[in-house]
Design a binder for this molecule. Structure first.
Ligand code: ZN
Length: 86
């Protein structure tokens, strides 16, 4: 009888520990440190290609083509003028 009670308590302890670990893991997932931040320096940035010379550069440093061609990017003001003049 004592052995049965021991195993029942052991199973209960394992169950409680398992539930506790699951709840802890779930709260860890809600931790903002685990989420990728858009402004994180380590986050990959979109690389765009200069439509004039073909240079690859980060989108934040590229100059977008004005007007109807929002998908075109240029590495500098001079290439933007060349690209839009074509
Ligand atoms: Zn260029």
């Amino acid at each position: 009888m004592g052995r049965i009670l021991f195993f029942v308590l052991l199973a209960l302890a394992i169950y409680i520990a398992w539930r506790y670990l699951r709840m802890q893991r779930r709260s860890d997932g809600a931790d903002p440190r685990d989420r990728p931040r858009p402004n994180d320096a380590s986050a990959p940035e979109a690389i765009v290609r200069c439509d004039s010379c073909g240079l690859n550069l980060p989108q934040s440093e590229a100059l977008p083509a004005p007007g109807a061609e929002p998908r075109r990017w240029y590495c500098c003001e001079e290439h933007r003028r060349q690209g839009t003049a074509r």
